[in-house]
Design a protein around this ligand. Structure first.
Ligand code: DHB
Ligand code: FE
Length: 280
C-alpha cells in the first residue's frame, strides 16, 4: 500500500530559482533565505520518498486565460521546465508517475472532486523552485513528481474549505494504491505578497505567523477563512496559500513540526516553509 509520509509547504518565488541558477545563493541578500532551507535539504536526503504530489499553480504559463482548470493533475511520463519568457530553467526534466497519477484521478473524481486530466504539461517556477529548494541542483531529480495544479490566478479560485477536503481525498487515493510507495505531499506559493497595484510589496508578518500556527494546530478552522481575508490581509497573491491547505488536509489531524522557517524579503514575497510529519 502507498502512504503519505510527510507534508512540505514552501513559497515558490521565481527570483529564488534565478539566484540558484546564477550561483548567487551566498550573496548577502540571499544567504539568510538559503540558510533556512539547509536543514530541509538534509531532511529530504534522509527521507526521500518515491513520489511527491506537488500542489502548485501555473502562472499563465502552460494554461492561459483561454482555459484555466480549477484542479488539474499531470498524468504524463515527463514534464519539461517551462519557458517563462527568458528560457527554461536549467533544471532536470521532471519525471512523473503516470500509474499513481491515473489512480489518484480515478479515486479523487469518484470522491466528487472533478480533476482535469493533463497529459502534456510544461512546469513553471511554481513547481521547479520548490524542487530546487529541497533537492539542490542534481543532474536528475531524486524523486518522481505528480504535478497538481490549482487555479489561484483567475477569480474564482476554489475555497480553502474545498482545498482542505481535497487533501483528505488525496490521502485516501494514495492509500488505496496497491504498490508499496512512500509519497509526500507539497503545497507551494504564498505567503503574503502582492505583485500589482497600489499595495504592491505588501507583507503581513503577523497574519502569516498566525496562518502557520493555525495550519499546524487548527487547520479545520483555518480552512474556513474566506477569500476576502486572504486578499485584504495577505495581498492579491496571498491566495496561493489555499494550496497549503490541500497539503495539510492530506496529513493527520495531529502533526509533528520537523522544521519551520519564515523570511522576509525574497523578491516581493514573505517566504514561509514547513516540514510536517504525521503524529502517531
Ligand atoms: C513572486 C512571487 C510569486 O509567488 C510568483 O508566482 C511570482 C513572483 C515575487 O515575489 O516576485
Ligand atoms: Fe506564485
Amino acid at each position: 500500500m502507498a502512504r503519505i509520509t510527510a507534508g512540505v509547504a514552501t513559497s515558490h518565488v521565481p527570483a529564488i530559482g534565478a539566484a540558484i541558477d546564477q550561483g548567487k545563493t551566498a550573496e548577502a541578500y540571499w544567504a539568510p533565505l538559503f540558510a533556512g532551507f539547509e536543514r530541509s535539504r538534509t531532511w529530504m536526503r534522509e527521507h526521500c520518498p518515491d513520489v511527491v504530489v506537488l500542489v502548485y499553480n501555473d502562472h499563465a504559463t502552460s494554461f492561459n486565460l483561454d482555459i484555466i482548470p480549477t484542479f488539474a493533475i499531470g498524468c504524463a511520463e515527463h514534464f519539461a521546465p517551462a519557458d517563462e519568457g527568458w528560457g527554461p530553467r536549467p533544471v532536470p526534466v521532471v519525471e512523473g508517475h503516470p500509474e499513481l497519477a491515473s489512480h489518484i484521478a480515478q479515486s479523487v473524481i469518484e470522491q466528487d472532486f472533478d480533476l482535469t486530466i493533463v497529459n502534456r504539461l510544461d512546469v513553471d517556477h511554481g513547481l521547479t523552485v520548490p524542487l530546487s529548494l529541497l533537492c539542490g541542483q542534481p543532474t536528475q531529480w531524486p524523486v518522481r513528481v505528480i504535478p497538481f495544479a490549482v487555479n489561484v490566478v483567475l477569480y474564482p479560485p476554489p475555497s480553502g474549505r474545498r482545498c482542505f477536503a481535497l487533501g483528505a481525498a488525496l490521502r485516501r487515493a494514495v492509500e488505496s494504491f496497491d504498490d508499496d510507495l512512500d509519497v509526500q505531499i507539497w503545497g507551494t506559493g504564498g505567503m503574503s505578497h502582492q505583485l500589482q497595484g497600489p499595495r504592491a510589496g505588501l507583507i503581513n508578518r503577523r497574519w502569516d505567523t498566525q496562518f502557520l500556527d493555525r495550519l499546524i494546530s487548527d487547520p479545520d478552522d483555518l480552512a474556513q477563512t474566506p477569500h476576502l481575508e486572504y486578499l485584504q490581509e495577505a495581498g492579491s497573491e496571498g491566495i496561493e496559500l489555499i494550496m497549503w491547505l490541500i497539503m495539510r488536509g492530506a496529513l493527520s489531524r495531529r502533526v509533528r513540526t520537523v522544521h519551520r522557517f519564515y523570511h522576509v524579503p525574497a523578491s516581493n514575497t514573505a517566504v514561509g516553509h514547513l516540514i510536517l510529519e504525521n503524529a502517531p
